[in-house]
Design a protein around this ligand. Structure first.
Ligand code: AMP
Length: 188
C-alpha cells in the first residue's frame, strides 16, 4: 500500500491537485486542514483546542497531529492508498510519519513539492481571500502562514530530498496542466 505526501506553500493549489488526483486513482484524500476545520465546525473538544491556533495561522502541536493521522490512516478507505495533504508540516511530524507508515504496512512513494515563485504565492492568496472568505485567510494571517511554512515546513524539502523521495512539480500553470504533469510524473 502506498502513501503520497503533498507539500507546498499556502495558496499553491495542492489541495485542489490532491483532490483531483485522489479521485482519479481511487486513493483516499487526507487533508489535515479540512479535518481540523471540520472539528471546529462540529464543536468537538478537538475543535475547541485548535480553533485559535488555526485562526492565528500557527501550527497545531505535533503530538496532536500525529495522533490524528495515526487514527485516520488506519481507516478502511485508506486500504488502497492515500494522499496526505498538509501533513507532515514539521520535521518531527515527518519522522513520526515514517514510523506510522511502517506500522500500518505502507511505504511513502513520493513527497510531491508544488513549486511556485513568491510573487505568485502572494497573488494566489489574495485571490483566495477574496473568493473563499476563510477566517484564517486575512492578510496578516496569510503572511504568518507563509512565514510558518518557510521556517517549519520548508526544511522537509531537504529531508525528503535526502530520502530520495522528492518530486518537484512546477505549479504555475492551469489546474489541468499541473494535474497532467503530476499524473505523468507519478505514473512514469
Ligand atoms: P491547511 O488547510 O492545510 O492550510 O491547514 C489549515 C491550518 O490547519 C494550518 O494553518 C494549521 O493551523 C492547521 N494544520 C493543518 N495541518 C497541520 C499539520 N500537519 N500540523 C500542524 N497544524 C496543521
Amino acid at each position: 500500500m502506498q502513501c503520497l505526501v503533498f507539500l507546498g506553500p499556502p495558496g499553491v493549489g495542492k489541495g485542489t491537485q490532491a483532490k483531483i488526483y485522489a479521485e482519479s486513482q481511487g486513493l483516499a484524500h487526507i487533508s489535515t486542514g479540512d479535518m481540523l476545520r471540520n472539528a471546529v465546525k462540529s464543536g468537538s473538544e478537538l475543535g475547541a483546542r485548535v480553533s485559535k491556533i488555526i485562526d492565528a495561522g500557527q501550527l497545531v502541536p505535533d503530538e496532536l497531529m500525529i495522533e490524528l493521522i495515526d487514527a485516520r490512516i488506519g481507516e478502511a478507505d485508506c486500504s488502497s492508498g492515500y494522499i496526505l495533504d498538509g501533513f507532515p508540516r514539521t520535521i518531527p511530524q515527518a519522522q513520526a510519519l515514517a514510523n506510522l507508515i511502517a506500522k500500518h504496512g505502507a511505504t511513502i512513494r513520493a513527497a510531491v513539492l508544488f513549486d511556485l515563485a513568491d510573487h505568485e504565492i502572494m497573488a494566489r492568496l489574495t485571490n483566495r481571500r477574496e473568493q473563499e472568505n476563510r477566517a484564517d485567510d486575512n492578510e496578516e494571517v496569510q503572511r504568518r502562514r507563509l512565514e510558518v511554512y518557510r521556517t517549519q515546513t520548508a526544511p522537509l524539502i531537504d529531508y525528503y530530498q535526502q530520502e530520495n523521495l522528492l518530486l518537484r512539480i512546477p505549479a504555475d500553470g492551469e489546474i489541468s496542466q499541473v494535474q497532467e504533469l503530476l499524473t505523468r510524473e507519478l505514473n512514469s
